[in-house]
Design a protein. Structure first.
Length: 434
């Protein structure tokens, strides 16, 4: 048994700015039983194996001893908290209106709007020489995008922000106090009421948005129930911006720590595609999946995980596993360059979007948003530099990213003229996702 205190230290806020040395210690025991009976998995091969193992359940109702405050135990959990076949049906119903095969061009068709939002936000920096990348850019950008995509009024953000923050506290394995549970339950009820009214409005007057499409869908899988619509809407609203905030902010922080790469982003329009893949490996927005349950006894890495046990998959540790990745602690966007290494090098695959049937639903959009965001920040800010390093971090150890990222700069480069087509000169290439 590895020292259980290693994972406890990872959860401790004092190590939020740099948990990676602790992950290296954790990997010495790939599957480590903790004092509370849970199992922490920290190496790439074992995580990848369990992500594809049908004996691993995402439904916390399969835990033999659910901990207090475990999310997703309601009557209609989102598809993220379900197993096949119900997971597959609900995910298909949501994906019908978001991506292939039924709406293959939806995400790529958003490129002009994404560029317009980014341009307006950076234009708003005019007359200043210091901004908070989180508050002034990385948060409002994906929030605006997901609101428009779902059909949620952007002006309602101050209302749902409070509910989302309360819900995210429940992801922290240490957040199980009665007061936190009460806040989580109250926020869920208020958010549910808000979304129910919004869905009914879209059902009566459908528009070209995901809520309208899901509420009126009469496809081969049938319609979602009202409870399923609510849980799916909540999932897409929260996941549609929270992880992207972290990815953009972690990305800008990493670029400012590597000015040579920042300068390359200004010159090379293809680099952001590879850059984002390396960021997903090197500084991912989601560090671990805390709630999985073993449906049967599972033998792995000379350890038996008993049926009913809670399993915690430390994705960020697996992506830096030296048994899988060459020089894992070196930031190198070129490791994903097919011209340099050839296609599909298995030893450089990352876990930034998870894997298996729960591979990130919004991965194509998150990739695209971050490519555009970082390329424009790098191009338009003159001599950007950190005010503090490390910056203050958000308290949540699961969704890890800076709470604020103050950046000073000397001036701004004007925005480029709006492109009229996807492949106009100077337009960023778009990476494909699944």
């Amino acid at each position: 048994m590895a020292d259980p205190s290693v994972f406890a230290q990872i959860l401790d806020y004092s190590n939020r700015a740099n948990p990676y040395p602790l992950y290296a210690e954790l990997r010495k025991t790939p599957v480590a039983r903790q004092e509370n009976g849970s199992y922490v998995v920290s190496t790439y091969r074992e995580i990848e194996e369990l992500l594809h193992d049908p004996r691993m359940s995402s439904d916390v109702r399969n835990l033999a001893h659910p901990a207090a405050g475990v999310p997703g135990q309601g009557s209609a959990p989102s598809f993220l908290r379900l197993d096949p076949p119900e997971h597959d049906r609900l995910r298909r119903l949501a994906m019908r209106h978001f991506g292939p095969p039924h709406t293959p061009g939806r995400v790529d068709g958003m490129v002009p709007d994404l560029r317009g939002i980014v341009t307006r936000l950076i234009d708003g920096f005019a007359g200043r020489n210091e901004v908070d990348i989180v508050d002034d850019f990385a948060y409002p950008f994906p929030v605006t995008v997901i609101c428009e995509l779902l059909g949620v009024p952007r002006e309602d953000e101050p209302r749902f922000h409070v509910w989302v923050e309360a819900g995210l506290e429940a992801l922290d394995p240490k957040a199980a106090s009665p007061e936190q549970q009460r806040k989580h339950a109250q926020a869920g009820a208020e958010m549910g009421q808000y979304l129910a009214e919004l869905i009914e409005s879209h059902r009566r007057n459908p528009g070209n948005d995901l809520l309208s499409a899901m509420a009126t869908d009469d496809g081969p899988d049938g319609r979602m129930s009202q409870e399923q619509l609510l849980s799916t809407a909540f999932l897409l609203l929260v996941a549609g911006h929270e992880t992207t905030v972290n990815l953009i902010t972690n990305g800008m922080l990493t670029l400012l720590r590597h000015p040579d790469v920042l300068e390359r982003v200004r010159r090379d329009p293809d680099l952001p595609i590879r850059l984002v893949e390396e960021l997903l490996r090197y500084e991912p927005p989601v560090h671990f999946v805390p709630w999985r349950a073993a449906l049967d006894d599972i033998e792995i890495a000379d350890t038996t995980i008993p049926a009913g046990s809670q399993v915690i998959l430390v994705l960020a540790s697996g992506s830096r596993d030296p048994e899988h990745v060459r020089e894992p602690d070196r930031f190198d966007p070129d490791r994903f360059d097919p011209d340099r290494f050839g296609l599909a090098r298995d030893d450089d695959q990352h876990l930034g979007f998870g894997g298996g049937i729960h591979y990130c639903f919004g991965a194509p959009l998150a990739r695209l948003e971050t490519q555009i965001a970082l390329s424009e920040l790098a191009r338009r800010l003159e001599h950007p530099r950190l005010v503090a390093d490390p910056p203050p971090y958000r308290p949540n150890p699961v969704l890890r990213g800076p709470l604020h990222l103050p950046v000073r700069f000397d001036g701004m480069v004007p925005a480029q003229p709006a492109a009229t087509g996807r492949h106009e000169p100077g337009e960023q290439p778009v990476a494909q996702g699944t």
